[in-house]
Design a protein around this ligand. Structure first.
Ligand code: ADP
Ligand code: MG
Length: 456
């Protein structure tokens, strides 16, 4: 196995771990050698090595074996430093990368946070109706002025730009207020570091470290739901920082109140600041994002011709999330340049058949519930809860009706997702709505609008 072979193996890993993980964790690995079935890699920090070892070593080993190497074990060592000295430093420094490259970790050897993706800036974030509030709030935090809301809580489904916005805040703060200590990490990493501190009896260092930052950003906080001691520590960290008037930014895949197994006192603290959601993308936003991407690609794929209507087609058909949308475009350009053809509608349909198929069955019952709850201004939890008052029961029936109409799910399956209700209850709900539709024009309007929004 040579460096070149590793380069190829590495590329293959993109498919297994996803592009974001790839850029963050795989690309920075430096292949050292392969001896007696042990493949060694250099990593920038021990934390980094630990992380890759826990999360990706199986993938790496499998992929290397597929490429013909004989690897039984993968090891990671910190470059040029004796192992004893690579314990995480107690002093946090800003985790923003200095270069315009995707974050290389040697930029921040002793940083406890996660590497930032240099492409996730405000410049590259396309603003549309579904994300304008979240964007405005993120901008405000990024100015680094006096803290006006704490925390900023961003939530929304997968791939709608939460991580992008958080990284953008970190980049911007790094430029405007380089003296600030900005710490970005995922809730998972928070837990991992906490557990490590416990194990190594460095809990005081841990506390000091997290209490001495100016801006703390914790991504995907739903991860700590149900993890009691991590929650406890998170709560104390949170309070300590709020007391010192330090800015906190949190993201999650749902609203604070909707995160199960999260302590009430944490929920209410999270709700104290500004809670904003990123709505599912609409057609205009998707088109905007595609257009922006194409501009970037123009220099990379010079001479490629893009036929009219292709972007519109993609924006119309791929409604799941932005990550999938970007992936589709990337693949399309790569494929077209490989075969030297113009990017036409036909080529897109061929080359993206799997993505388009998957997008077709995208709508989930959960999305329907969310949308309907939002429309009627009730809580998502009431969709599955027991309340029977009309103001809640009717929207719930509407959601049942739409679930039956717009997804391929059976009545019992729908029942399960409505808090374990019986299929006869669902049938009753569906019939009720059908009955009402005959006379209630307001209901008809509502349904039409909901259907349109849900189907993108
Ligand atoms: P999340 O953290 O909400 O799951 P990410 O922030 O990782 O989503 O976004 C997924 C991908 O989509 C990223 O590559 C990101 O750059 C891109 N993306 C999401 N929203 C936008 C947007 N409004 N403009 C440009 N790119 C976006
Ligand atoms: Mg994310």
């Amino acid at each position: 196995m040579t460096n070149e072979t590793w380069g190829l193996v590495r590329e293959e890993l993109i498919k297994r771990v996803g592009r974001n993980n790839y850029v963050t964790w795989i690309e920075p690995l430096k292949f050292s050698d392969l001896k007696q079935g042990v493949a060694r890699f250099e990593v920038p920090t021990s934390f980094f090595g630990d992380w890759v070892s826990r999360n990706f070593s199986d993938h790496i080993r499998a992929q290397m074996n597929t490429a013909g190497a004989q690897v039984e074990r993968v090891e990671f060592a910190v470059a040029n430093r004796p192992a004893a000295q690579d314990a995480p430093a107690a002093r946090p420094v800003s985790s923003a990368p200095r270069a315009k490259q995707p974050a290389r970790s040697n930029d921040h050897d002793d940083v406890p946070g996660a590497p930032l993706d240099a492409r996730f800036t405000f410049d590259s974030f396309v603003v549309g109706k579904p994300n304008e509030l979240a964007h405005a709030a993120a901008r405000r935090v990024a100015e680094g002025g006096p803290v006006s809301f704490n925390p900023l809580f961003l939530y929304g489904g997968v791939g709608l730009g939460k991580t992008h916005l958080m990284h953008a805040i970190a980049h911007e703060l790094q430029t405007r207020q380089p003296h600030l200590r900005v710490l970005y990490l995922s809730a998972e990493q928070f837990m991992y570091r906490f557990v490590q501190a416990l194990r190594e009896r460095q809990i005081m260092d841990f506390k000091e470290l997290f209490r001495s930052v100016d801006v703390l950003m914790v991504d995907d906080v739903q991860f700590i739901a149900g993890k009691d001691s991590t929650q406890e520590e998170f709560f104390h960290t949170f309070n300590a920082l709020v007391d010192q008037n330090k800015q906190i930014v949190i993201s999650a895949d749902r609203a604070p109140g909707e995160i199960k197994d999260l302590e009430d006192r944490i929920k209410s603290r999270l709700q104290c600041g500004l809670v904003v959601d990123l709505h599912p993308t609409d057609y205009e936003l998707r088109l905007g994002i595609l257009q922006q991407k194409v501009e970037l690609y123009r220099s990379q794929y010079r001479g490629l011709v893009l036929a009219d209507g292709v972007l519109e087609f993609l924006a119309h058909r791929i409604t799941t999330n932005v990550r999938v949308l970007e992936g589709a475009l990337t693949r399309l350009f790569a494929f077209a340049s490989l075969v030297g053809r113009e990017i036409t509608l036909e080529l897109a349909q061929d080359c993206l058949a799997d993505i388009l198929r998957a997008s077709d069955r995208k709508l989930t019952i959960e999305e329907i519930q969310r949308k309907v709850a939002e429309h009627y201004n009730i809580r998502l939890s009431d969709m599955i809860g027991p309340k029977r008052v009309r103001t809640i029961a009717r929207p719930r029936q509407i959601a049942m009706y739409l679930a039956k109409q717009l997804t391929p799910r059976s009545l019992p399956e729908i029942g399960r997702r409505f808090g374990g209700r019986d299929h006869t209850t669902i049938m009753h709900g569906v019939r009720k709505i059908e009955e009402l539709m005959a006379t209630d024009s307001q209901l008809n309007d509502d349904l039409q609008m909901l259907r349109r929004q849900l189907q993108g």
